[in-house]
Design a protein around this ligand. Structure first.
Ligand code: ZN
Length: 240
């Protein structure tokens, strides 16, 4: 069976500019995510902001089944042409997984059509519990009813997204806030999953259950062998 082809995109500035964060993710956040996806049997490439076309050339995008997106400080530097191409590929069937502060990225804003940058946040390193609210969803496969993360940044509602097609996780935070942490959307032939954890100053992409969610999400979002669909003026499907 053909392996799922994943491209992990990371802005890749925090890890380079801040020694403490570089120590948590010596190979970058993208390197950490690529590592556990490879171990799960996937074909994985990485791409970063500074590369020509941010590493997302036509060749890369056209051979990517699922694109993972982590960005934070430099959303504005992502070239609109690249965003346009990613958006087009998603509508054609490429899966997209948007992580943590990718909520405010150009591509997620384009997908959602709402102000996805709106939410509450507090970088206090308190506890987060992600409660599984859709245990029958493929992304929930093999997971416990709750994922406990000892130290994370808080994100609180109201989150400026459209109504998700499926809500898989809701987070609780020590300050009393709640957040829709695992949200599925469909756009055209493409499946999109937003997953909340992954602030750069905590090592949470090494958390086994967080990894399991991302692995499951890649499998869920990978395009099936799509049938050829034709539109426009059409003859009756049955001849009387
Ligand atoms: Zn953050």
């Amino acid at each position: 069976m053909k392996k799922i082809s994943v491209t992990v995109w990371n802005e890749y500035f925090h890890e380079v500019e801040d020694a403490a964060i570089g120590k948590i993710y010596p190979d970058g956040i993208h390197g950490c995510i690529a590592g556990f996806l490879k171990e799960a049997g996937m074909d994985v490439r990485t791409a970063t902001l500074k590369e020509p076309e941010h590493g997302l050339t036509d060749e890369v995008l056209n051979s990517t089944d699922v694109l993972i997106w982590w960005g934070h400080m430099r959303h504005g530097e992502v070239c609109d042409d690249v965003v346009e191409k990613v958006h087009k590929r998603v509508k054609q069937g490429m899966g997209l997984i948007v992580l943590h502060s990718g909520h405010a990225s150009k591509i997620f804003g384009r997908i959602c059509g709402t102000n996805t940058g709106e939410l509450k946040w507090r970088e206090d390193g308190g506890k987060e519990i992600l409660w599984l609210v859709d245990p029958t969803h493929p992304i929930a496969d093999g997971l416990p009813e709750k994922i406990v993360i000892e130290h994370e940044e808080m994100y609180g509602e109201l989150f400026g997204i459209p109504e998700p097609d499926a809500l898989v996780f809701i987070s609780w935070f020590e300050g009393g806030e709640v957040f829709r942490s695992g949200c599925c959307f469909h756009r055209g032939m493409g499946k999109i999953f937003y997953f909340r954890p992954g602030h750069e100053s905590f090592p949470n992409y090494f958390h086994k259950d967080v990894q399991k969610v991302i692995i499951n999400a890649v499998k869920w979002a990978a395009p099936a062998q799509l049938p050829v669909i034709t539109g426009g003026k059409s003859e009756p499907a049955f001849v009387k």
